[in-house]
Ligand binder design. Structure first.
Ligand SMILES: Nc1nc2c(c(=O)[nH]1)N[C@H]1C(S)=C(S)[C@@H](COP(=O)(O)O)O[C@H]1N2
Ligand SMILES: [Mo]
Length: 395
């Protein structure tokens, strides 16, 4: 338990002086009650669970290129996380199949390495899980378990080079300061193949959007794996192990698995896939951000329909909108390209011709020609990227 204070303490600090309000929003045709909460160091967010803290970003913040740190979504698995980190004594340790073990202070990281910055979407594997039909267990996220940020820190490759990681290494594992509240729960440890870990893009961030990371987003260090689902983006990162074999931890071999032999991680509720593999690259998706579902717009007047699109790093080349159930697709206008791992915002000028209810659909395509499925399901509610429908009323 060294250095670890349980969540009870964290929650008392974080949630005691909170303002709780309720708002109503329309989601996929149904009305859901959203509970808003204002944790310490954050602005109002949607509360999913408070133990461990799981908080969703309200949709309106996705009208910006970069998601502000104070509303960036929060997702922890284990109820034991430090309430406070002493930055003077904090060390990032590197051990295993290396010539020289390292114990790096924050100052070492900031002065002994060349800083590196990359823009990348951090998206939870379970983002949008609540929209799966039939419903699946797990955090019932809407579309707010994602965010786009500029990450600054050190390339993992440079750290492994300093440690003299050996050429016969197979994988690298990553552990953070959070700990299971009971011995029965396995510690949250993730791994990457050695080649991936040293690709020069995987990095350890000490800043997001030019500021230190909020405690709830993994302060002081977060592993950034551009283009891959956020489950690999280990927060409060404190220990890196270079391995000569496949890592066999629970969170790689039992959790976060997707069907191996289907597109988009698809399977059927009546015939679940038997061959599974660890989740990996983010699939192509596009989302509506504005107007909010169920909004009223004006007949004969232009409405700026807005949203965003992203993928695992091949880059979005096309976003198209349909107002006739997918019979015809019209190109949306893409905003500036902020990097292949960034999301790309888009606009579409829509003018409703008559008083009616409109169902708009949005579909993105990437540089590899990959696009989105019309229907998708899997038992864990991962990798949601089904073509989205937005219902709006023209009055
Ligand atoms: N140490 C640690 N890192 C973690 C997790 C965790 O439970 N513990 N959850 C992962 C998952 S599943 C997600 S979606 C992201 C969320 O990052 P955020 O809280 O900064 O949004 O952190 C990842 N890193
Ligand atoms: Mo996640």
């Amino acid at each position: 338990m060294k250095n670890i204070f349980f969540i009870i303490a964290l929650l008392l600090t974080i949630f005691s002086c909170n303002t709780k309000t309720e708002s109503t929003s329309t989601v996929a045709g149904a009305t859901a009650k959203d509970e808003l909460i204002k944790p310490e160091g954050k602005d109002s967010m949607l509360l999913l669970t408070d133990r461990p803290p799981n908080l969703e970003t309200p949709l309106k913040y996705f009208l910006q290129d970069y998601t502000p740190n104070n509303v960036f979504f929060v997702r922890w698995h284990l109820a034991g996380l430090p309430t406070k980190i002493n930055i003077d004594t904090f060390r990032l340790r590197v051990s295993g199949n290396v010539q020289k073990e390292l114990s790096l202070s924050m100052n070492d990281l900031k002065t002994k390495f060349t800083p590196y910055t990359i823009t990348a979407v951090c998206q939870c594997a379970g983002n949008s899980r609540s929209f799966f039909d039939p419903r699946v267990p797990g955090g019932q996220w809407k579309n707010g378990a994602m965010g786009n940020a500029k990450w600054t820190g050190v390339k993992l490759k440079d750290i492994l080079a300093m440690a003299g990681a050996k050429n016969d290494s197979k994988e690298v594992s990553f552990n953070g300061l959070d700990a299971p509240p009971m011995a029965a729960t396995p510690d949250f440890v993730k791994s990457l193949k050695y080649n991936h870990a040293t690709d020069g893009e995987v990095m350890i961030a000490y800043e997001m959007n030019g500021e230190q990371l909020p405690l709830l987003n993994g302060y002081p260090l977060k592993l950034v794996v551009p283009g891959w689902y956020a489950t690999y983006w280990v927060g409060m990162l404190s220990k890196i192990d270079v391995l000569t074999d496949t890592f066999r931890g629970f969170w790689m071999q039992k959790a976060y698995l997707i069907p191996k032999e289907s597109k988009n991680g698809n399977e059927h509720p009546d015939s679940l896939a038997t061959k599974m593999q660890p989740i990996n690259k983010i699939d192509v998706r596009s989302l509506f951000v504005s107007p909010e579902p169920g909004s009223a717009i004006t007949v004969g007047r232009v409405t700026d329909i807005q949203g965003l699109a992203f993928d695992g790093g091949d880059g979005i080349t096309k976003v198209e909108l349909s107002a006739d159930s997918g019979k015809t697709w019209m190109p949306a206008k893409l905003d500036a390209d902020l990097g292949k791992y960034s999301w790309r915002r888009w606009h579409y000028n829509f003018t409703p011709a008559k008083k009616d209810i409109y169902y708009l659909q949005i579909k993105a395509t990437n540089a590899k020609g990959e696009t989105q499925p019309e229907h998708q399901w899997n038992r864990s509610g991962y990798m949601r990227n089904e073509i989205e429908t937005l219902m709006i009323k023209a009055e």
